[in-house]
Design a protein around this ligand. Sequence first.
Ligand SMILES: [Zn+2]
Ligand SMILES: [Zn+2]
Ligand SMILES: [Zn+2]
Ligand SMILES: [Zn+2]
Length: 366
Amino acid sequence: MEEDNSILVDIQLLSRSITLEQGTSNESEEKDDGCFKPPPAKKACLATTSTAEDEKSKLEVRLGGILCCAVCLDLPRMSVFQCTNGHLMCAGCFNHLLADCRIKDNTPTCPNCRVELSRSACTRNLAVEKAVSELPAECTHCGRNFPRNMLENHEASFCLERPTPCQYNVLGCDWKGPHREAAAHEADCKQRSLSASEILPFLRSEAEKAETEKSKFSNFMNLLSYEKITFNDVQMRPFRTEEFNHNLYYETTRFSAFGCLFSINMRLNDDRRDTHLTNDRYLSYQLVLRGKPSPPRFLVHFSIVRGPYGGMKVLPNVAQHEFTETLTESSWNLLPLVDSAECNRLLANRNIDFRIVMSQQPVSSL
Ligand SMILES: [Zn+2]
Ligand SMILES: [Zn+2]
Ligand SMILES: [Zn+2]
Ligand SMILES: [Zn+2]
């Protein structure tokens, strides 16, 4: 709360200093009551004051128009990239544009000047990122204005209107409301007066969910305990199918594990043809044995993790396949990326780098 007020005071000071610069303010008449208010009405009778306020808002609007992303026209909250002619794009649109062109096999170009875009040719623009962070933006919960670099902190921790769950949600209360109402609700929360046997079913279902999550990690830990284990840092390269619509797919070069050669195939949205039209993008992969299995039947557990290069954000996953002379390709497994934006980020880079951890068991010993 204290910090919240200090932000408001900062903004008030900012607003005052701008008014002072316009030579219209009599500061001693303003009271510091912690609220961000427009100048008092009596000042409005001075034509110059309203002009100053207009100018201020116009300047912000004008700067917003200049510093916005050329694709989504929003003011970027994160990194800003620019083409060689200086046109700006937010990181999300930049990655999306490169990913779209990778899928459609087009050369990415700047939406403003059509100059060719690439990761190496485009640079970040730190001055724009900093300038944007100083421009005011509206809190999505309370509607008040804050400089963008303070907004995230305000919305997450200080806004009195921010959605807050009841602290008894761990006992099954599903109330969620404005932060200022949380204390009153909690004082009167029905969950507090329930008996242990009434809460038990909810706690059981929560424990089951936690157990499912835990099993993903224990599967991975088990993989590390097998006798034969190896890992490879691989790079997926983009290729196109020979069909008319040239679907994008990825493949690694062959790599060796347990005395056999393997490769990995990766495809986008299960080879659906409308991938470039959807924002919901995902990758799936299969492990392929190149050549004869030795021993003749063996089971491989494998897991894709972030390697030392590329920085892929992937959740814990373990897949398995029993390789024989006729079954040399595993089924397609979903690559559990954190979100679709991460998928676009991977597609925007030319190659996809990761590490695959594999363990082998001869089938006779199972
Ligand atoms: Zn954008
Ligand atoms: Zn351009
Ligand atoms: Zn707020
Ligand atoms: Zn409650």
